[in-house]
Write a protein that binds this ligand. Structure first.
Ligand code: ATP
Ligand code: MG
Length: 630
């Protein structure tokens, strides 16, 4: 049993030592164990093969000291050369068998372990994708990623540890102790009397180490947060413009030094533990030799028996310690699984309809009727543990939209204007079901969006937001994301329609240019045109657009304008407009203020009305106006 109960056993023992003390006091939710077993069920066959291999290996390893005894007592003592050689060869054979079996065990256990990791990861990933946008805006990305990494691995390790610990060590201990007791129960008891003296402090140290381990993880996470915040482009820029580099470095050193200190303490404790384990095993061996040697002198025991017992002794202290920490393994498995189940149990707020209705054919009319809306509170969409706070605030809901009703006729364009924070983006997010309305309904040709399948809805509505995200991938791949089966000619057509084709042609790598976070840097206007190209490739029947507010220079303004015209042609569109040129082209303008539609009409009608629109026009848009008269 080389890897599992020799050196590998020591490593595993260490890990079970390094669990947190708090977890032992945790209450286990009912049903957790059943769910864990459900995950394990599909590995039933592999688990039973593993079990068989472990038992066989335990038997093989326990036979070796018996052969040793026979070599000494029957072979050497009675001067039978042939027997000595034969038994030595048999011992060698056993060693080879042990090596082979260990390899098989490792292979099976890693298959089970990695398989489990895969299952858990893929389930959690799928589930997280279904979460509403609100979930992502609240959750710390780092915390979420650590669920998919650390907790998944933690759950798997604890699970496989537990399994090999229980099965492997218990079988090994049972066989070994049984053989030892039959060889000489007196020596066995003498040798084992040290055990309790060792185990009690060992458990203490184990718990201390567990606490340190947890603390170390937290300190590491804090240090990482400092780095991720400062090392992304936006953060690094702020530090350059406003920061005091010395202070930043000091701040970082502070975190890093705490990681260093806890690392030193951990190392000392771990070493201490292993030194103690080695010492106790050596002491026990000394006792066994002393007591057994005297017995041999008195003729009560053959020499071989004493040697066999000491050989067994050296290999049971490790497994015994591990078994004594079984409950820690068990609890950490439960805790890790619970942290994963907690995520899996979060209910997606936006649900697929039980019975879906098809999206009507032809041009679509979008209508809002008496829509009220409030953003969900933290406790509805998130987990305290993912936001790195103790409890989620219970702010209650604040009404953001009040009785919003309007219609966008098929193939026409409606512009939303209004002061910042009025609710324009909120209105647009209801069309694609980023959120669901509280009262009232959003419909397309009379079919409520909540009755459509999400994939169908996404198929007919295209959205371009103010800060369109491009993945860190090639330009071509980013555009193709809308419709992966599109041909290259179609991609170029979309790029040309979005007025960005010429620019892409001048790039040395063309469509293969890597863009996004760490790639080629597109300007704000260029980025929005790429996003429009992506939209046009998808060719949706309804377009929702949050126009970029950033001031574009005249040329790109004109290009974006043309791109917009192309993308909106013959489509039903809802545009949050910041540029007069867009607003003037709208068939209908809705003026939003504090979550209500306060004015509606065309540009000229609204100017004549002399209300909020006129104010907005005079303060914000009039500067855009070319010299022509109104
Ligand atoms: N995720 C959110 N959770 C809670 N409240 C929100 C959320 N997003 C927006 N709000 C609030 O809803 C109100 C309307 O916001 P919205 O983003 O719709 O304004 P807007 O008209 O698009 O403003 P702007 O022109 O600045 O983009 C604001 O008071 C805002 O604070
Ligand atoms: Mg907005």
């Amino acid at each position: 049993m080389m890897s599992m109960h020799g050196g590998g056993g020591a490593r595993m023992g260490m890990r079970s030592m390094t669990r947190n003390r708090d977890i032992l006091e945790r209450r286990v939710a009912p049903g957790t164990l059943k769910r864990i077993l459900e995950f394990a069920r599909q590995y039933r066959r592999q688990l039973s093969v593993f079990l068989a291999a472990v038992v066989l290996d335990a038997v093989v390893t326990s036979v070796a000291p018996l052969l040793l005894r026979a070599i000494i007592d029957q072979g050497i003592a009675q001067r039978r050369e042939g027997l000595v050689i034969g038994l030595a060869l048999a011992t060698a054979g056993l060693a080879v068998a042990d090596a082979g079996l260990s390899l098989v065990e490792r292979r099976i256990s890693s298959r089970i372990g990695e398989g489990l990791i895969f299952d858990l990861r893929s389930r959690v990933f799928r589930h997280i994708q279904q979460m509403p946008v609100a979930f992502f805006s609240r959750t710390q990305t780092g915390a979420l990623i650590s669920r998919l990494n650390n907790d998944v691995i933690g759950a798997q390790q604890a699970f496989t540890d537990l399994f090999s610990n229980v099965v492997g060590n218990v079988v090994l201990l049972a066989i070994t102790l049984g053989v030892m007791l039959t060889l000489s129960w007196q020596i066995t008891l003498v040798a084992l009397f040290l055990l309790p003296v060792f185990l009690l402090p060992a458990r203490r140290v184990g718990r201390r180490l567990g606490g340190m381990f947890q603390q170390g993880m937290e300190l590491n996470a804090e240090m990482n947060m400092v780095m991720t915040e400062r090392f992304n482009v936006a953060g690094a820029t702020v530090v350059k413009l406003y920061g005091r580099p010395e202070e930043e470095a000091g701040h970082f050193d502070n975190r890093a030094s705490r990681v260093r200190d806890i690392g030193v303490r951990q190392a000392v404790y771990q070493r201490f533990f292993f030194i103690a384990l080695g010492l106790v095993a050596s002491l026990a061996t000394a006792f066994a030799y002393g007591f057994g040697g005297v017995e041999v002198l008195h003729g009560a025991l053959p020499v071989g028996t004493v040697i066999a017992i000491t050989a067994y002794l050296t290999r049971i202290y490790g497994p015994l310690t591990q078994v004594s920490n079984l409950h820690i393994d068990y609890m950490s498995a439960i805790v890790s699984f619970e942290r994963l189940f907690e995520v899996l149990d979060l209910e997606p707020m936006i649900k697929e309809p039980a019975e879906a209705r098809a999206v009507p054919e032809g041009p679509l009319k979008v209508s809002f009727s008496h829509v009220n809306f409030d953003y969900p509170g933290a406790e509805e969409v998130s987990l305290a543990s993912l936001e790195a706070v103790a409890t989620l605030e219970r702010t209650g809901r604040v009404r953001v939209l009040h009785d919003v009703s309007f219609e966008v006729a098929p193939g026409t364009m409606t512009a939303l204007v209004g002061p910042s924070g009025a609710g324009k983006s909120t209105i647009s997010s209801l069309v694609t079901r980023l959120y669901d309305v509280a009262d009232g309904a959003v419909e397309m040709n009379g079919v409520d969006v909540r009755e459509m399948r999400l994939a169908d809805l996404n198929g007919v509505v295209g959205v371009v937001t103010q800060d369109s995200h491009l993945f860190h991938d090639t330009l071509g791949a980013n555009v193709l994301y809308a419709r992966p089966e599109a041909t290259e000619a179609e991609v170029w057509a979309a790029l040309d329609a979005a007025q960005i084709g010429d620019l892409v042609r001048t790039l040395p790598l063309g469509l293969e240019t890597v863009v996004g976070e760490r790639g080629y840097r597109l300007s704000g206007g260029e980025k929005q045109r790429v996003a429009l190209a992506r939209l046009m490739l998808k060719s949706p029947r309804v377009v929702v657009l949050d126009e970029a507010t950033a001031h574009l220079d005249n040329e790109s303004e004109l290009l974006v304008q043309r791109a917009l015209e192309e993308s909106l042609r013959d489509r039903t569109s809802l545009v949050i407009a910041h540029r007069l040129s867009t607003i003037r082209r709208a068939d209908q303008i809705l003026v939003v203020e504090q979550g209500r539609i306060v004015e509606r009409g065309t540009h000229d009608e609204l100017l004549d009305l002399g209300g909020l629109y006129r104010d907005l026009y005079l303060t914000q848009f009039a500067g855009d106006e070319p010299s022509e008269a109104i």
